[in-house]
Design a protein around this ligand. Structure first.
Ligand code: C5P
Length: 230
């Protein structure tokens, strides 16, 4: 198992492309995130292959369904040997507790985290679906519900990290995407933070995609980020 705080997003349309990138990386020095596109195209096999190569895998499928269904999906993900998986906090406390229970209590069980609100959600979308109050208050409330349901942490924007760290304490995992090294282009991400800033704000793990996957030399890009957070 790696002790890296860097999770590289494998946002690829095929297992060939994902495995090709993985070949250029050291499993001791990063972890990998597999999301809906790659999983839907390549299935569990790409997960098992990368686990077999020694990578810690964050399976980012954001389960949201009735408690029994989510619990079984989480158990299936654990059987693949993933290091971390996630659910939507909006599925509620019973769903999250069932998911957690399905993973057992052993110290080497996978980490289970929740998405509070998607960062793509703006106030208009929020109002349309009938949620009350402000987005920030809702994120903080759903993070508390996640914590109270026994989960390990949440995915959040680095902007929310310091407030969440203060409210939820040191043992709550904060996984932050929207990270851009100082010298890289923002792309479609808004309100980004550098790796050092995000860790300073309380982030536990940094999700970084294109600044590494799009680099001519991905391992060199990873190394530069490592050096920036020494
Ligand atoms: O390439 P980039 O560094 O922007 O990739 C970020 C990764 O984190 C992508 O897989 C994206 O889907 C994911 N993500 C995000 N913002 C969120 C949640 C997940 O960028 N709020």
């Amino acid at each position: 198992m790696s002790d890296s705080k860097i999770i590289i997003a494998l946002d690829y349309p095929s297992s060939e492309a994902a495995l090709d990138l993985a070949k250029q990386l050291d499993p001791q020095r990063c972890r990998l995130k597999i999301g809906k596109e790659l999983f839907t195209r390549s299935g569990p096999q790409v997960v098992e292959t990368l686990v077999g190569q020694g990578f810690d895998i964050f399976l980012d499928l954001k389960y949201h369904d009735i408690p029994n269904t989510v619990a079984k999906a989480c158990a299936a993900a654990a059987d693949l040997g993933v290091w971390m998986m996630n659910v939507h906090a909006l599925g509620g406390a019973d769903m999250m507790a069932a998911a957690k229970e399905s993973l057992g209590n052993q110290s080497d069980r996978p980490l289970l985290i929740a998405v509070t609100l998607l960062t793509s959600m703006d106030q208009t979308t929020f109002d349309q679906i009938g949620l009350q109050g402000s987005i920030t208050d809702t994120v903080l409330r759903l993070a508390k519900l996640t914590d109270d349901s026994g989960l390990d942490g949440v995915v959040c924007s680095a902007q929310e990290a310091s407030q969440l760290r203060a409210q939820r304490g040191e043992n709550f995992q904060l996984i932050t995407p929207g990270i851009r090294p100082a010298d890289s282009i923002q792309g479609d991400q808004h309100r980004t933070m550098t790796p050092a800033e995000a860790l300073q704000a309380g982030s536990s793990y940094l999700v970084i995609g294109r600044p590494i996957t799009g680099a001519e030399n991905p391992m060199a890009a990873l190394e530069a980020i490592e050096n920036s957070i020494l």
